[in-house]
Design a protein around this ligand. Structure first.
Ligand SMILES: C[S@@+](CC[C@H](N)C(=O)[O-])C[C@H]1O[C@@H](n2cnc3c(N)ncnc32)[C@H](O)[C@@H]1O
Ligand code: SF4
Length: 447
């Protein structure tokens, strides 16, 4: 990779946690569609649940998540009833013999909940859904909030994986992103979970933040590795100040450029591979014996996962569900979410119904994002003669591939080592919705 190539390919592109991406959802899908889709799930369906807790104590300036800062506990407490109501409605619509194989509490910061509310929601899930004995139950936490009682409450409701937000330990970076968090606080939070038998630990880091250098991110990673997480996610900072007002607090002159960002990500990846982590997809690393490294990788709104459930059901404000027929997203504003659940039991505000072409392109993009390749035999077996459209597009990509990013053989279409770095750019070629008008794109830089 040369600096010229990086600069040439750095473009506003989606991270492809879904296809089509959420900005192409529309109000044509509502609660009635979602209700019908839930009722059509096959008997014995494997389900994955995502619970969104859209609150934090303070907003980190870089944050791209759907959340808001709350000073008092009242708005958080008020959220529990509607959330429990939605849990009850949905559990009443899915097949009685379903099996929940994954639960993910995300946010925001689920550890803003008081222990009694963690137990209340966890108990509602157990009472209403059939949760498999070996289900993965994961929670994202802000280590600065976590108390011993909260860690105990999460352990009591069966949490067996935690995802800890770190981002960066460098003090100059922390000041520049409005998030102060010491190594000790982070180590303590991980310890509170490990003492309670929750040993599966994921750490989130971000590169491309203001004041970061290749050396500073390497120092942070060295500290993180002493905490021995089994998974590490390294996200490139997505800077979208036009859309996210609080990101305007970030000093843009302190942001590293595309080439520096690339060098930071390469340095981190090299350190992790050297330390024995497997590099997975765009931004994940896992110990070689971890399920993420040994099982088939899949991609959903939370990033990379081993989750292959028949349906992903999102609960809470802004949460997105994926069913065989399409996507359904809940209202984003919390008050609107409350109102919809109260009136109807469900809070669907928008979504997207899959066409046959969407399903094929979603498959191609997911395999590229996960494996950097897809097999022609698999594609043809799944999508029959429709696959010829993808063959034509693949041939066009190869014909214009001056930089040796892809390889196309009789068996598979794949990315070269250089192409893997630019996987989002290649996926974009297969994205039928992406506008060619760059000024209209609402995505962050791909490199
Ligand atoms: C819901 S937060 C994790 C839990 C908790 N709220 C915390 O921050 O500690 C999800 C993760 O998304 C990542 N993230 C948030 N905003 C981002 C952005 N603008 N660009 C890249 N990654 C971002 C951070 O790594 C963050 O830890
Ligand atoms: S990064 Fe986490 S703690 Fe910070 S504002 Fe976003 S969701 Fe909240």
């Amino acid at each position: 990779m040369t600096p010229e190539l990086i600069k040439r390919y750095a473009a506003a592109l989606p991270r492809y946690t879904s296809y089509p991406t959420a900005n192409h959802f529309s109000g044509t899908i509502g609660a009635n569609d979602y209700r019908a889709w839930l009722e059509m799930l096959p008997p014995g369906a494997a389900l994955s649940l995502y619970l969104h807790i859209p609150f934090c104590q303070e907003l980190c300036w870089y944050c791209g998540c759907s959340t808001k800062a709350v000073r008092r506990y009242e708005p958080v407490a008020d959220y529990i009833d509607p959330l429990s109501g939605e849990i009850e409605t949905i559990a009443g619509l899915v097949p009685v013999d379903h099996r929940v194989t994954h639960i993910h509490w995300g946010g925001g910061s689920p550890d803003i909940l008081k222990p009694a509310d963690i137990i209340r929601v966890g108990t509602a899930l157990r009472e209403k859904f059939r949760i498999a004995k070996d289900a993965e139950i994961a929670v994202e936490v802000d280590p600065r909030l976590l108390t011993e009682d909260q860690a105990q409450a999460f352990a009591d409701i069966g949490v067996n994986r935690v995802s800890i937000g770190v981002q960066d330990f460098d003090i100059d970076v922390q000041r520049a992103i409005g998030r102060m968090q010491s190594y000790e606080t982070t180590a303590k939070a991980i310890g509170l979970f490990r003492q309670r038998g929750i040993g599966s630990v994921n750490v989130d880091l971000v590169y491309g933040l203001p004041n970061q250098t290749e050396e500073s991110v390497a120092r942070t990673l060295e500290q993180v590795m002493t905490l021995a997480p089994d998974r590490i996610a390294i996200f490139g900072y997505a800077h979208l100040p036009d859309r996210l007002k609080h990101q305007r607090l970030i000093d843009e002159t302190a942001l590293p450029g595309a080439v520096e960002r690339f060098e930071q990500s390469q340095r981190l990846a090299a350190m992790l591979v050297e330390a024995g982590y497997a590099q997975l997809g765009l931004d994940h690393f896992a110990l070689r014996e971890d399920g993420l490294a040994t099982k088939t990788l899949a991609r959903n709104f939370q990033g990379y996962t081993t989750d292959t459930a028949d349906a992903l059901l999102g609960l809470g404000a802004s949460a997105i569900s994926r069913l065989p027929q399409g996507f359904a997203q809940n209202s984003v504003p919390v008050d609107e979410y409350f109102r919809r659940v109260k009136d109807d039991g469900l809070a669907t505000a928008r979504g997207h119904r899959f066409t046959a072409d969407d399903k094929m392109r979603a498959y191609v993009i997911e395999r590229l994002m996960c494996d950097f390749a897809f097999s022609w035999a698999d594609l043809e077996q799944k999508f029959g003669s429709r696959a010829s459209a993808i063959r034509r597009e693949a041939d066009e990509i190869v014909a214009c591939d001056m930089d040796q990013l892809v390889a196309n053989s009789r068996d598979a279409f794949s990315l070269t080592e250089r192409g893997k770095v630019l996987v989002r750019n290649i996926c974009a070629h297969f994205d039928a919705y992406l506008t060619h008008d760059v000024s209209k794109r609402r995505h962050a830089l791909s490199v």
